[in-house]
Write a protein that binds this ligand. Structure first.
Ligand code: ATP
Length: 475
């Protein structure tokens, strides 16, 4: 499985889907740039989410709030004091670790028992006092040195607003998009004539100064979140929570096209549940290195709006015309990260066929790679290829078709290399269809349309090509 991860990473690198940020300066840990195809894929994932949650629904509206907001927001939400991870540093090699991750590793490998701790003693691996006790007798996984007692490390990036760098000008890059939604909740309520139950959805950048970024883009310091805050009347929250867990799983399978067997729910244990949450379930994906969270769905009760009402002094209650009551709504929050979905989509669509599918002389010896993206996620939808590049009439016709198609679809024109090689290059980045212009085209005004998955080729009249492709892409 690790081998699959290495192959996917190599493909990502080779085809420039993602680059390490600042690579010419040696990279910058936990930051990434998305190349041309990566940008398309990322945008398509976001569009799929937006279409399902905003465009196709009457009860959810969109928002794009600012990244830097009043620092009071983070006091109200608890991030200034609580948004931290336990950090433990090796006294010898000075490598830093997430102490809770170290604890989990020690527990899962049976090391805790060897160190003399009972299950009961370390039931809560996230408890800082238990961490301190255990890590005092554990060793640095890298050099075997002594580990310092864990301390809390706040994950928010700090900056200063305005020309003076003092405590009064401290501000933060948002560590989640959700608080921007709560802060604009009243504006939406006052201007959009929304009625409970309703939701506010937002896609945007979030920043966390992760102690140990890793697993490629899975844990980065700058990433994008897609978050929904769905407001409901207190008492209707359990039903809404159940609805959203089902709806999100439906979205992953039907809209995003992930394989059902690679997805599962993991309800939070009572000891890991955030103090404000009534319930929380993670959606996990089976990555090549194991199951890991791609989305968290939480019943956050009235915690956030209640705190913002208290800290801002602004009345955030909802007046319910049905029974003339006033209350702070409860909220259900499905929150996922674009980069984690990006990685999951790549893992899910990756396929390698030893010996290749096409039995041409070039292909027989090589393994063939296909990214079986769904049509709506594919970064490039159609490629247009002249059979030979040294035949001006074929090139001219192919360019003419490309000009027409690119107004409707993300298209690519490719004339270099043998046709077999070009097909394989396109399969490798998941282009669903290729249009080939050959000598018959010049006689009959038709082209070959090749399907990435079935490799079937059909002759299509040029006049019917746009209509047929629109049908295939459902647009
Ligand atoms: P983890 O436990 O993996 O650190 P989390 O529980 O802190 O994640 P949330 O605060 O619930 O994550 O954020 C919601 C979603 O945002 C996550 O499910 C994930 O998809 C994404 N996300 C969170 N942190 C990161 C990160 N450092 N890099 C990329 N995506 C992230």
């Amino acid at each position: 499985m690790e081998d699959t991860a290495a192959k996917i990473l190599s493909l990502i690198k080779r085809r420039g889907l993602v680059f390490p940020s600042s690579e010419i300066y040696g990279g910058f840990g936990g930051f990434f740039d998305f190349g041309p195809l990566g940008t398309e894929l990322k945008n398509n994932i976001k569009k799929t989410w937006w279409r399902a949650l905003v465009q196709k629904r009457d009860d959810i509206v969109g928002l794009d709030s600012s990244i830097i907001m009043s620092p009071r927001i983070w006091e109200a939400s608890g991030h200034t004091t609580e948004f931290s991870d336990p950090l433990s540093e090796c006294k010898a090699c000075h490598k830093r670790f997430r102490a809770d991750h170290l604890m989990e590793k020690l527990r899962d490998s049976g090391e805790l028992k060897k160190l003399g701790f009972t299950d009961e003693e370390v039931k809560d691996t996230a408890d800082i006092n238990q961490m301190a006790k255990v890590l005092a007798s554990a060793k640095c996984p890298d050099c075997g040195g002594e580990l310092a007692a864990p301390r809390k490390f706040n994950l928010m990036f700090r900056t200063f607003v305005g020309p003076v760098e003092d405590s009064a000008s401290v501000a933060y890059l948002r560590p989640e998009t959700a608080q921007g939604i709560f802060a604009s909740y009243k504006n939406i309520l006052d201007t959009q004539r929304v009625k409970l139950p309703f939701g506010i959805a937002q896609i945007g950048k979030a920043f966390r100064n992760e102690i140990t970024p890793g697993n490629f883009i899975f844990r980065s310091r700058e990433f994008e979140q897609m978050e929904l805050e769905y407001f409901i009347k207190p008492g209707e929250d359990d039903k809404a929570f159940e609805y959203w867990t089902k709806e999100r799983m439906r979205w992953y399978v039907e809209d995003l096209g992930l394989k059902e067997e690679n997805l599962r729910f993991r309800p939070h244990r009572p000891d890991e549940l955030a103090h404000y949450a009534k319930a929380c379930v993670d959606v996990e994906y089976k990555f090549p290195w194991g199951w890991a969270e791609i989305e968290g769905i939480a019943n956050r009760r009235d915690f956030d709006l209640g705190r913002h009402e208290k800290f801002s002094g602004t009345d955030l209650k909802y007046f319910d015309e049905t029974d003339k009551s006033s209350y702070i709504p409860f909220v259900i929050e499905p929150s996922c990260g674009v980069e984690r979905l990006f990685f999951a989509v790549l893992c899910d669509s990756f396929e390698e066929i030893q010996g290749g599918r096409t039995q041409t002389t070039e292909a027989v010896k090589e393994a063939e790679t296909i990214l079986r993206f769904t049509k709506n996620l594919a970064p490039v939808k159609v490629a247009v290829l002249p059979l030979l590049k040294n035949k001006p009439e074929l090139v001219a016709k192919a360019k003419e078709i490309h000009e027409t198609l690119k107004k409707l679809f993300m298209c690519r024109y490719d004339e270099t290399g043998s046709i077999g090689r070009r097909y394989r290059r396109l399969d490798e980045v998941g282009v669903p269809y290729a249009v080939t212009v050959d000598f018959d085209t010049l006689q009959n005004n038709d082209v070959t349309l090749r399907d990435r998955d079935t490799m079937q080729q059909e002759r299509v009249k040029i006049a019917e090509l746009v209509g047929l492709l629109k049908e295939k892409f459902g647009c």
